[in-house]
Design a protein. Structure first.
Length: 133
C-alpha cells in the first residue's frame, strides 16, 4: 500500500476542540451510525492517541472504540468478546458521567450503553444518541 513500506504520519488532533466543529470526531460518529463499525473504531482510535490518558475525552474515545468493537463482535457471533468489551466500555463511561453529568461531547451517556446492550440482546442496530448534529 505504501510505496516505501511505511505508513503516512498521523495527522495531529486537538482534543480541546469544540465537538460541534470537530470533523474528525464527527466522522467517527457518522461512520458508526451508518454501521461502519470497524471504520468508526479506526477513526476514533486515531484521535485517542492524541488525548491525555487520564482525560475524559481519552476515556470517552476508548469507550466508543470498545462499543464499536462489541457491536461488530455481536454481529459476527463472538458474543463472549462482545460482552466483555461492552462491560469495560460501560464501566469507563460511568466514570465520565460522574464527572460531567448525563451528556459529554454531545453524547447521551445513559442512552448509549442501553442502545449497545439492546443490540447485543437482539435489538436494532445502534446509533449514537447525540445532540446537535
Amino acid at each position: 500500500m505504501y510505496t516505501d513500506g511505511s505508513p503516512p504520519a498521523e495527522i495531529h488532533w486537538d482534543p480541546e476542540i469544540d465537538w460541534h466543529r470537530d470533523e474528525r470526531f464527527l466522522i467517527g460518529a457518522d461512520l458508526f451510525d451508518r454501521r461502519f463499525y470497524w471504520e468508526s473504531h479506526e477513526a476514533w482510535e486515531a484521535l485517542w492517541h492524541f488525548a491525555h490518558p487520564q482525560s475524559k475525552v481519552h476515556r470517552l474515545l476508548q469507550s466508543l472504540i470498545q462499543y464499536a468493537a462489541a457491536t461488530l463482535k455481536t454481529h459476527t457471533g463472538h458474543h463472549g468478546g462482545a460482552a466483555r468489551l461492552y462491560t469495560r466500555a460501560s464501566e469507563r463511561l460511568s466514570t465520565i458521567k460522574t464527572e460531567t453529568g448525563p451528556t459529554y461531547r454531545g453524547i447521551d451517556l445513559d442512552e448509549l450503553p442501553r442502545r449497545i446492550d439492546g443490540f447485543i440482546r437482539g435489538g436494532p442496530w445502534p446509533t449514537l444518541p447525540m445532540d446537535g448534529r
